[in-house]
Design a protein around this ligand. Structure first.
Ligand code: NAD
Ligand code: 3PG
Length: 395
């Protein structure tokens, strides 16, 4: 039986396909083998001694202490692309909200007092202050051409916009999905000088923190619109406020509320709603739970953000799942320890990613506690566990 602790109200009805005979799942579960969460911040929480995996039912993982977990040999999984359509749709809505001044205009009408005749008179008298502009022919810059950015760029092309994209780490998979009408730009600064709208679809990390600062905002066309459904921290908040006040920015649309941004009249601030559709929530939970369950039952790794993809078809015997440092000699020390215990390796898969590696070893016989302990204490091994024969996880 595996214990899976959930945060962020991950609904049990979305997990009905997981066998309750093998998995105890819920917010009250203690001594977790796995944690499932959305935006809950794990940074200041102690890592439970029992923890084997963390599953993020979404895309961004800046709420998870990835490095500390990696050092303990604990994979973190996310759900790549599972909420991309939801965020794309809200981003497209943001383009319209800003260009047609929809939020301010709706607020104005809602505030009107009086009978029909009075309201109609006031509407016609004042509507000019909410006049907007059209998207067709305008220039949109997309920073980050990942799961979301590619969809935003392609949809904006269909709206008649001229789209420029910047992503220094663009993957082949995402490049293949990008419309050929999107102009790829080699530097962020060059992209900024082109555009009327800028939308950010990047993770928050040490390289992207305050990426959009005062200097970069000054390169945008006057009256530009900035859309941020990435994370609050990817923009320099004070610079955004200054740009809104000077008119450099016509609007700032975000789903990350802070007091300072809320106090800006031309900021359009939503709750953190980018991924909050029934479809995205379901896609995210299904995707990440599938990865976590496969890892717990078979030691396989798919969609991890800190360990490599490792798969190995089960040959029926006992399996060792080992997280290790990506350093010379670790795998040979593991095989020596197994040979010393007179265990034969039937199948082995070892994959590395940056500083870390993961090794799956299928054995011809059961492994004793002393040998397992020996492997756990082998230099370079971060975690090791024994996975007995498995019958799969569907009921
Ligand atoms: N508001 C929401 O509800 C919501 C929902 C989903 C995702 N997000 C945020 O959006 C981010 C992107 O999500 P995704 O699913 O598209 O992720 P993704 O990993 O598919 O794409 C991110 C892209 O950003 C690129 N990138 C990284 N650093 C960059 C930089 N300095 N300049 C330009 N490009 C850079 C990467 O190469 C990658 O292609 C997430 O990390 C998360 O923070 C927010
Ligand atoms: O990174 C993400 O996937 C989004 O920010 C969604 O977060 P949420 O699952 O807390 O809505």
């Amino acid at each position: 039986m595996f214990n899976v602790q959930t945060y962020d109200n991950i609904p049990a009805e979305r997990l009905q396909w997981v066998s309750r005979e093998k998995f105890s799942i819920g917010p009250e579960v203690s001594r977790p083998d796995a944690i499932l969460l959305r935006s809950h911040d794990l940074h200041d929480a102690p890592i439970p001694a029992t923890l084997l995996a963390v599953g993020r039912a979404g895309s961004g993982v800046n709420n998870i202490p990835i490095e500390a977990l990696s050092k303990r040999g604990i994979p973190v999984f996310n759900a790549p692309g599972a909420n991309a359509n939801a965020v794309k749709e809200l981003t497209i809505a943001a383009l319209f909200l800003a260009s047609r001044n929809i939020v301010a205009a709706a607020g104005f009408v809602r505030s009107l007092q009086g009978d029909d005749a009075t309201v109609q008179k006031l509407v016609e008298k004042e509507k000019g202050q909410f006049g907007g502009f059209e998207l067709a022919g305008r220039k949109l810059g997309v920073v980050g051409l990942g799961a979301i950015g590619v969809q935003v760029a392609n949809t904006a092309i269909q709206l008649g916009m001229r789209v420029y994209g910047f992503d220094p780490l663009l993957t082949v998979e995402h490049a293949l999905h990008l419309s050929p009408s999107v102009t790829s730009v080699g530097s962020l600064d060059d992209l900024l000088t082109e555009v009327d709208f800028l939308t950010l679809h990047i993770p928050l990390d040490n390289d992207t923190r305050r990426l959009i600062d005062g200097r970069r905002l000054s390169r945008l066309n006057d009256g530009a619109v900035l859309i941020n459904f990435s994370r609050a921290g990817v923009v320099e908040e004070a610079a955004v406020c200054a740009a809104l006040q000077s008119g450099k920015l016509h609007a700032y649309v975000t789903d990350f509320a802070t007091r300072t941004i809320l106090d800006q009249p031309r900021a359009i601030v939503l709750p953190h709603l980018g991924a909050s559709t029934a479809e995205a929530e379901s896609n995210c939970v299904n995707s990440v739970v599938e990865s976590v369950v496969d890892f717990l039952e078979n030691g396989e790794i798919r969609n991890s953000v800190n360990f490599p993809k490792v798969t190995l078809p089960r040959s029926g015997g006992t399996r060792l799942a080992i997280a290790n440092e990506n350093a010379p000699g670790v795998v040979s020390r593991i095989s020596s320890a197994l040979a010393a215990a007179e265990l034969n390796i039937e199948n082995l898969s070892n994959k590395s990613r940056d500083d870390y590696a993961f090794t799956l070893v299928d054995l011809n016989a059961d492994i004793g506690p002393e040998t397992l302990q020996l492997i756990r204490s082998t230099k370079g091994v971060l975690s090791a566990r024994l996975i007995p024969k498995s019958a799969g996880f569907f009921e």
